[in-house]
Design a binder for this molecule. Structure first.
Ligand code: TPP
Length: 558
C-alpha cells in the first residue's frame, strides 16, 4: 500500500472525521490519497486558517484537531496556530510536506526547516526517515497530542518517502516508555489538600483551561458544593463552573471582577486546578495573593511552582484528583459555618463592585450592551468564539458560560485572526449547537478569507463584528498608558462589511438600532448560512475594571 494511503487508514483508526488543510507540491501524494479515502477534508483559504480551524474543532469537541500543509510557506503559515495550540494546550496533529530527501539542506524550492522552526512550539515532532515508520508515527502523534497535557504534534514527511510503498499493518498499541504522564495524584498529597481545605477560613478555588481539558467540570462543581467554596476561573476556564451562580465570583485577572481579585488577595488558601498563574492573572507577582498557601493540581509537573511556589503540589489528572479530594474532604466533616465570615466579605465586594457600565442615553450602542444583547438573542445557547481585543474581554465579562467548551478563544497567545476559522472548526465539530463569532473590525480582517471556506462547506457560522473603528485594545492602552498619543490604531479605511460578506456569498447585515438590537440579532442568527453582522459601537470605550500591567490586584482601577 502507498504510505499516504496508510496515513488515511491511520486517521480512520484514530476516529478522525474531518481534517483541515491546503495542498502543495510537497504534500501532493497525500492529497492524491484524499481522493479515495472517504475522509472529509475542508479546504481552507490559508494554512493559518486551517490550523486555527483545527484548534476550534478540538476546543469545541475535546477531540484531536488535524491540519495538513505543504512544505516551506505552507508549513511556516501554521507556525502561529501551532504556537497558539501549545499555549492553550490544544490537542492537534499537523502533517507538513517536506522536499524530497535528496534536496534536504540544499535550499531546494519550498524548503524550510520545519522541524527546526517549530521545535520550541510543539509538544513533540517527528521527521519521517523511513516510509515504513509512518503508521506507527501517526498513532504516536495522536497519543502524545491527546494524553497528558494536550498539545500540538508535528509530522514532517519528505515527498519521496510519502510516495513509497509500504507493507501496512494496522498498529494496535502505542508504547512510549519515555512518555508516561502521571494521572493519579499522590494520595498523601490529596489527603493533605483535603485537610488544608478543611482548616481554611478564606479558601478560593481557581480553575483554568486545564480543568476543561481534563473534563473535570462536574468534579469541580462537586468540590465547590461540598464545602461551599467560592470559585473563580481564568479566561480559558470560563464555563467550567456555571455562571452566574451564588458561588461564582466571576473571572479573575487583568479584566476580571473586583470580587474575584480581592478574594484572591485576601485568601488564606488557593486551590489552582489546571491553571498556570500567568501574568494576566497574577499582576505583580511579588504581591499576588500574599496571605495564601497554594494547592496546585496539574497534569504537567513543569507547571507546578513555575510562577508561584506550591505548598501542596499534586501532579495528575484533575478529574481523578478532584473526585478523590471531594471524598477526602467530606470524610473530615468540616464545619461549614467557618466560612460564614468569608462569604460576608465576598458578598460585600459583590454588592459594592458589580460589573457595570454606563449605558448611553441615546441610540449609541455601547460594546457591553452589544454583548448583553447577543447573550439575550442566543439565550446563551451557542458556542461563542472570539478574536482578541476589547470585544474578547467584554464577552468574557458579560456573556455567561454555563458549560465547558462553549467559549473558544486564544487565551495564551492572544492571536488576532483566530476567531473566524476557530468558529468554523467549532461549527463543524458540534453542528447541533449554533456557532457564533464575536470579533473586532481589526481581528476579523486577519483571516477573513475563511468566509469562502464557510460558504463552500456550508458552515453556518454567524459573525458579529463589534465595530469601533479602532484596534480598540491597543487604543485603550495608548489612552491609559501613553498619554492618549494614538499611534496607528485608527482603522481609517473600512470595507463595506455587507458588500464584503456578499462578495463571499454570505449574508451581510448592518445593525444600528439600539432599541431593536436583540430582535435584529435574533433575526440575523436565524438566517441560514454564513452571516456577517456589522454593529457600530461607541468608538472609545474602555474595558474595566483593570489591573494595570505590573500592578497588584488591590490596585484595580475602573
Ligand atoms: C496577530 C496579532 N497582532 C497584533 C496583536 C496586538 N493586539 C491585541 S488586541 C489588538 C486590537 C484588536 O482590535 P480589534 O480586533 O478591532 O478588536 P477591539 O479591541 O477593537 O475589540 C491588537 C492589535 C495581536 N493580539 N495579534
Amino acid at each position: 500500500m502507498r504510505a499516504v494511503d496508510a496515513i488515511m487508514e491511520c486517521l480512520k483508526a484514530e476516529g478522525v472525521d474531518v481534517v483541515f488543510g491546503y495542498p502543495g507540491g510537497a504534500n501532493l501524494p497525500t492529497y492524491d490519497a484524499f481522493v479515495d479515502a472517504g475522509i472529509r477534508h475542508v479546504l481552507v483559504r490559508h494554512e493559518a486558517g486551517g490550523g486555527h480551524a483545527a484548534e476550534g474543532y478540538a476546543k469545541a469537541s475535546g477531540k484531536v484537531g488535524v491540519v495538513f500543509a505543504t512544505s516551506g510557506p505552507g508549513a511556516t503559515n501554521i507556525v502561529t496556530p501551532l504556537t497558539d495550540a501549545m499555549m492553550d494546550s490544544v490537542p492537534l496533529v499537523a502533517f507538513t510536506g517536506q522536499v524530497r530527501t535528496e534536496l534536504l539542506g540544499t535550499d531546494g524550492f519550498q524548503e524550510a526547516d520545519t522541524f527546526g522552526i517549530t521545535m520550541p512550539i510543539v509538544k513533540h515532532s517527528f521527521v519521517i526517515q523511513h516510509p515504513a515508520e509512518i503508521p506507527r508515527v501517526v498513532h504516536e502523534a495522536f497519543h502524545i497530542a491527546r494524553t497528558g497535557r494536550p498539545g500540538p504534534v508535528l509530522i514532517d514527511i519528505p515527498q519521496d518517502l510519502s510516495r513509497a510503498e509500504i507493507d501496512y499493518q494496522p498498529v494496535e498499541d502505542v508504547h512510549l516508555p519515555g512518555y508516561q504522564p502521571t494521572l493519579d495524584g499522590n494520595s498523601k498529597q490529596i489527603r493533605l489538600a483535603a485537610k488544608a481545605l478543611a482548616n481554611a477560613r478564606r479558601p478560593v478555588l481557581y480553575a483554568g483551561g486545564g480543568a476543561i481539558s481534563a473534563g473535570a467540570a462536574e468534579e469541580l462543581v462537586e468540590l465547590a458544593r461540598s464545602g461551599n467554596f467560592p470559585v473563580t476561573c481564568t479566561l480559558m476556564g470560563l464555563g467550567v463552573f456555571p455562571a452566574p451562580d451564588q458561588q461564582w465570583l466571576g473571572m479573575l485577572g487583568m479584566h476580571g471582577t473586583r470580587t474575584a481579585n480581592y478574594a484572591m488577595d485576601e485568601a488564606d488558601l488557593i486551590v489552582a486546578i489546571g491553571a498556570r498563574f500567568d501574568d494576566r492573572i497574577t499582576g505583580k507577582l511579588s504581591e499576588f495573593a500574599p496571605r495564601a498557601k497554594f494547592i496546585h493540581i496539574d497534569i504537567d509537573p513543569a507547571e507546578i511552582s513555575k510562577n508561584v511556589p506550591a505548598h501542596i503540589p499534586i501532579v495528575g489528572d484533575a478529574k481523578r484528583i478532584l473526585a478523590r479530594l471531594v471524598g477526602e474532604y467530606r470524610a473530615l466533616e468540616p464545619d461549614a459555618a467557618r466560612l460564614a465570615g468569608w462569604w460576608e466579605r465576598i458578598d460585600h465586594w459583590r454588592a459594592q463592585h458589580p460589573l457595570k457600565y454606563e449605558d448611553s442615553a441615546d441610540s449609541e450602542i455601547k460594546p457591553q450592551y452589544l454583548v448583553e444583547s447577543l447573550y439575550q438573542a442566543t439565550g446563551g445557547d451557542c458556542i461563542l468564539s472570539s478574536d482578541v481585543g476589547q470585544h474578547q474581554m467584554w464577552a468574557a465579562q458579560y456573556f455567561h458560560f454555563n458549560q465547558p467548551r462553549r467559549w473558544i478563544n486564544s487565551g495564551g497567545l492572544g492571536t488576532m485572526g483566530f476567531g473566524l476559522p476557530a468558529a468554523i472548526g467549532a461549527a463543524i465539530a458540534v453542528p447541533d449547537v449554533p456557532s457564533v463569532l464575536l470579533t473586532g473590525d481589526g481581528s476579523f480582517q486577519m483571516n477573513i478569507q475563511e468566509l469562502a471556506t464557510a460558504r463552500q462547506f456550508d458552515v453556518p457560522v454567524k459573525c458579529v463584528i463589534m465595530n469601533n473603528g479602532y484596534l480598540g485594545m491597543v487604543r485603550q492602552w495608548q489612552e491609559l498608558f501613553w498619554d492618549r498619543r494614538y499611534s496607528n490604531v485608527d482603522m481609517g479605511s473600512f470595507p463595506d462589511w455587507v458588500k464584503l460578506a456578499e462578495a463571499y456569498g454570505a449574508t451581510g447585515v448592518q445593525l444600528t438600532e439600539k432599541g431593536t438590537l436583540v430582535e435584529d440579532l435574533k433575526a440575523a442568527l436565524a438566517t441560514p448560512g454564513p452571516v456577517v453582522v456589522d454593529v457600530k459601537v461607541t468608538r472609545e470605550a474602555n474595558v474595566y475594571p483593570m489591573i494595570a500591567p505590573g500592578a497588584a490586584a488591590r490596585e484595580m482601577v475602573g
